[in-house]
Design a protein around this ligand. Structure first.
Ligand code: FMN
Length: 364
């Protein structure tokens, strides 16, 4: 890029955009993609087996949509194991996000089970030195329909929100839903606080954009075309982040040209300022057991938000970049803690949903 003049870059950018627009108009529509989403996101029917509960679990939030999990089923139990082949070593060198993601999946499974009359006992243990989650299921009164119904509707909504506040009654409901022993949630709704968090997001984002390994890892998990997203069943579908639907090769070229620090800074500034507030999740300890707790807490938060018509999106840069994290923790007033998740929330229309791999691909 350094050797290309600005004018050439603009011309190339325009031609890529033009080809992209043509590609979009010729695109064999998004129908196949939408059908796949609808099929994957059906609520449970009849008396479903454990594999169907696993399908619900896989609809959980997870870093870069790598789906870093395996499920081992017995008659009345489900174990959730990390799949380290799907770790994201650059953005998540200590597998923090990976274990948070396992906690999110566990929570979906517990909530889906509860709605169908299966109680859960969740334990975190280790096997061969690897942390895993054990969920023992038993008969119980059905309950928790509202959050269960929200499972297929929840999404990470990476768009501008409507700039309106969320009522304190709704924030109380979010805080209650997310309550989890060993996890604190801090809410920031004052514009000055949102701007302060924004500055940490920009700092973290700038560091990540300056790191070619971060950019490459991210690019590896982006699926620019519906065909590629359907083929892999994982990754970050471009349209889910508001990008045009283009053939894979055009998307890769456009990413190289348009994914710049300046553009990303502007995007985060606008997105955070359009949000009603920011919730920061802080675990009592920095270990896989607490990261799983954070995941369970966040997933309930996001499902409750969905049930209330409130959108959520991660802006985790301040906790991902090791050099920014301590200053952010100090700003939070928790200098000895490791803050885990930074989530903006507010109201906005839905974006295209992301896909998942089939259950058969995630059974251990
Ligand atoms: C631990 C964790 C970290 C995440 N970090 C980010 C992030 O920094 N930025 C972002 O846009 N999404 C982030 N996400 C959201 C995931 O990309 C998202 O859950 C995944 O792509 C699946 O999409 P869905 O949430 O719409 O189902 C994170 C999710 C988890 C669980």
């Amino acid at each position: 890029m350094a050797s290309i003049s600005r004018r050439t870059a603009i011309t190339t950018g325009l031609s890529v955009a033009t080809v992209g627009a043509v590609g979009y108009s010729l695109w064999p529509r998004m129908e196949g993609y939408r059908e796949e989403v609808a099929r994957q996101r059906q609520l449970l029917a009849g008396d479903p087996g454990l594999e169907e509960l696993v399908r619900m679990a896989t609809l959980a939030a997870n870093g870069h949509n790598t789906q870093p999990w395996k499920f081992r089923l017995t008659d009345q139990s489900v174990s959730i194991l990390p799949d380290f082949t799907r770790r994201t070593a650059v953005v998540d060198p200590d597998d923090h996000h990976l274990f948070v993601s396992l906690g999110c999946a566990a929570e979906n499974l517990v909530i889906a089970g509860a709605a169908l009359g299966r109680g859960s006992e969740v334990a975190v243990g280790t096997s061969g030195g690897v942390t895993q989650i054990e969920i023992a299921l038993s008969a119980a009164q059905p309950g928790g329909q509202e959050r269960y119904q929200a499972i297929p509707l929840r999404q990470s909504t990476r768009s501008l929100y409507d700039g309106q506040p969320v009522s304190s009654a709704d924030i109380d409901l979010l805080a209650t839903a997310a309550r989890e022993e060993g996890v604190s949630i801090l809410f920031f709704t004052a514009p000055a606080d949102r701007d302060a968090v924004l500055e940490f997001v920009i700092q973290g984002n700038s560091a990540q954009m300056d790191d070619p390994a971060f950019v490459q890892e991210l690019a590896d998990w982006i699926r620019f075309s519906p065909a590629r997203a359907i083929e892999t069943g994982d990754g970050l579908f471009g349209a889910s982040s508001g990008n045009p639907v283009v053939p894979e090769w055009i998307g890769r070229q456009a990413f190289k040209l348009f994914f710049t620090k300046e553009a990303e800074t502007d995007k985060y500034r606008n997105q955070i300022r359009s949000s009603a507030g920011i919730a920061v999740f802080v675990g009592e300890k920095a270990d896989p057991e607490h990261w799983i707790k954070v995941g369970r807490s966040f997933q309930r938060f996001a499902l409750q938000a969905t049930a209330l018509g409130i959108r959520t999106a991660h802006v985790n840069q301040p906790v991902e970049v090791a050099s920014v994290r301590p200053d952010f923790a100090r700003w939070l007033g928790a200098p000895d803690a490791r803050p885990d998740l930074v989530i903006r929330f507010g109201r906005a229309p839905a974006m295209p949903m992301s896909l998942r791999r089939p259950v058969s691909a995630v059974l251990a």
